[in-house]
Design a protein. Structure first.
Length: 559
């Protein structure tokens, strides 16, 4: 379960902010820094990149449309759509030590007005859609109109709420006018791919949601990314082919990339081991060792942007007491849980800002596992085994609670069972219950639960209000139903700063409060294990996208 109040997190998209106060006019050029990162890229073969060939990519779920505005965000949909359609700029995965940079896509540069309320993008010369029609500023303006039209009802339209207008100054210049200055301006302007007005504008906005298949019909299929959609067999296969009108005429190297839908993870792994599939984006830790021993295969482990936590219902006694929550956290052996479930591919989490991000507060250390100390802290709150049954109780009521987790997520289900065994040593009775995903959402939103194992995706702008602000209790994204006026103020203050680096102090204080108050007990953050056959060269998956640089992948002739 990931937060519904993220920047369309399932796509693992833009992570953080470029610091706008440091750059008043940025010319975007050269090779994106992210393409040279050290994480596990497959090496070049003899003779360097070759043009031609096909790569087969395995995925466990399909997509519903190539129009992102009319479907819920999902991992594969976003991966595919962003190979077909470009953004104004492309956020890079160089966020470990500083806010990330941006590389050019449709825009070659951008600049800010002195008051920082107007952002102007300068489009590349010679951009065309796959049918030869020029890509212009009018496409950018029209896309914004589609993104904000209530009849389209895009689930991320809230990201455009502070944009007052988008002005097509001339065919190559587009200007975003903001209502105010705030930290997420560039991300909000850049969110969402630019769409073809001349092709998709033929269908009224009121008909979009009922016409998801219309956009992929041959007469409407117009793209500007490195690939186009050659064929699509729902729930079986998606075939991407080279877009011959892509602005970078040297890319992509591949003729085709075939995405094969294999719902069963075990079956998908078997096809990968047999060589029928060349790349899979998520490997089970149990398969990782076998893959590492196979000279044909390469495992690429990447720290992601998601952590798993135990959400306490802070409106329900005794979990309304931060000292009780802290005592229970000390009674949980998180190191053992992480190592048992993930081996070397996970670590204890301490914050919703994961450890691989520059804004993570490294001074925070995990609460130690100490069952005796947990008992002592609970005793100070009046819990003791008064009736000799082995369970702590207070006022005649045993310290017992239920932990829910969603069906289909074996690791979170197993974690709940491990919590049961560990807290038993403290004198606490835990009852795990596995329920359907939508039921879990319903129960947490209504506050009808004790504790829940949830996945927490980090907001791309470091805006934590969705999971932690008091106002987010009502919409269900603050699963812990946690309210803290000081935290509310700090989050609002951080979000309103135009320079994200200036919010570091706010972010550190936020992390300190959450660590002390424990509305969530963070269990682990894990690596995403991508795997690739070594016949494929140039693959550099990262925390933003597994297919981030698909246009750079290549295979040797005859292989």
């Amino acid at each position: 379960m990931a937060s519904p109040a993220h920047r369309r997190l399932p796509r693992l998209l833009p992570f953080l902010l470029l610091v706008p106060s440091l750059v008043t006019s940025l010319v975007l050029a050269g090779c994106p820094a992210g393409r040279e990162e050290k994480t596990g890229a497959t090496g070049a073969g003899s003779g360097g990149p070759h043009r031609g060939g096909t790569v087969v990519i395995g995925w466990t779920a399909g997509i519903k449309s190539i129009n992102e505005l009319v479907i819920p965000s999902s991992l594969l949909a976003d991966e595919v759509i962003y190979r077909l359609f470009l953004h104004l700029v492309e956020e890079q995965p160089d966020y470990a030590e500083h806010p990330p940079t941006f590389a050019p896509q449709l825009a070659r540069s951008y600049d800010w007005s002195p008051d920082h309320k107007t952002l102007t993008f300068h489009l590349r010369d010679g951009l065309t859609w796959s049918d030869g029609v020029p890509v212009t500023a009018e496409d950018v303006r029209w896309t914004w109109q589609a993104q904000t039209d209530p009849q389209v009802a895009w689930d991320s339209s809230y990201m455009k709420a502070e944009i007052e207008d988008v002005e097509a100054v001339d065919p190559h210049t587009v200007r975003f006018h903001f209502k105010r200055v705030y930290a997420k301006q560039l991300l909000d302007a850049n969110e969402g791919a630019i769409l073809p007005q001349h092709a998709w504008g033929k269908l009224p906005f009121a008909q979009w949601r009922a016409s998801a298949d219309w956009f992929r019909d041959r007469e409407h299929l117009v793209v500007d990314g490195p690939f186009t959609l050659a064929s699509w067999t729902p729930q079986q296969e998606i075939v991407l082919a080279r877009n011959e009108r892509y602005y970078d005429r040297s890319r992509p190297y591949l003729d085709r990339a075939v995405v094969r839908i294999v719902p069963d993870q075990g079956n998908l792994s078997s096809q990968f081991f047999s060589g029928a599939v060349d790349f899979i984006p998520q490997v089970s830790p149990t398969d990782a060792e076998r893959m590492q021993k196979d000279p044909r295969l390469a495992l690429i482990a990447i720290w992601g942007r998601l952590c798993v936590a135990l959400a306490w219902n802070t409106e329900r006694p005794p979990f309304d007491d931060p000292e009780v929550r802290r005592a229970l956290a000390i009674g949980i052996d998180r190191k053992t849980i992480a190592e048992t479930l993930w081996g070397p591919y996970a670590r204890i989490a301490t914050s919703p800002i994961v450890g691989s991000v520059w804004a993570h507060d490294k001074s925070i250390t995990p609460w130690p596992y100490d069952p005796a100390e947990a008992r002592r802290l609970l005793a100070a709150k009046g819990f003791a085994d008064h009736d000799g049954d082995g369970l702590l109780d207070r006022g005649g009521k045993p310290l017992a609670f239920e932990v829910i987790s969603n069906a289909g997520n074996r690791q979170r289900n197993d974690a709940a069972v491990m919590l049961q065994e560990q807290l038993k040593k403290v004198g606490v009775r835990v009852t795990p219950r596995v329920i359907e995903f939508n039921s879990l959402i319903t129960e947490t939103k209504a506050g009808d639960f004790d504790a829940a194992v949830v996945g927490m995706g980090m907001d791309t702008s470091l805006d934590l209000t969705g999971n932690f602000h008091s106002r987010s209790v009502a919409d269900g994204s603050n699963w812990a139903h946690y309210k803290n006026p000081e935290l509310d103020h700090l989050m609002e203050q951080a979000a309103d700063r135009p320079d994200v680096l200036a919010a570091q102090g706010d972010m550190n204080r936020i992390q300190e409060i959450l660590h002390r108050e424990q509305p969530y007990t963070y269990l682990w953050e894990s690596q995403r294990l991508n795997a690739v056959n070594r016949r494929v060269h140039g693959a550099k998956p990262n925390a933003l996208f597994s297919l981030f640089n698909l246009q750079d992948w290549w295979v040797e002739p005859g292989r």
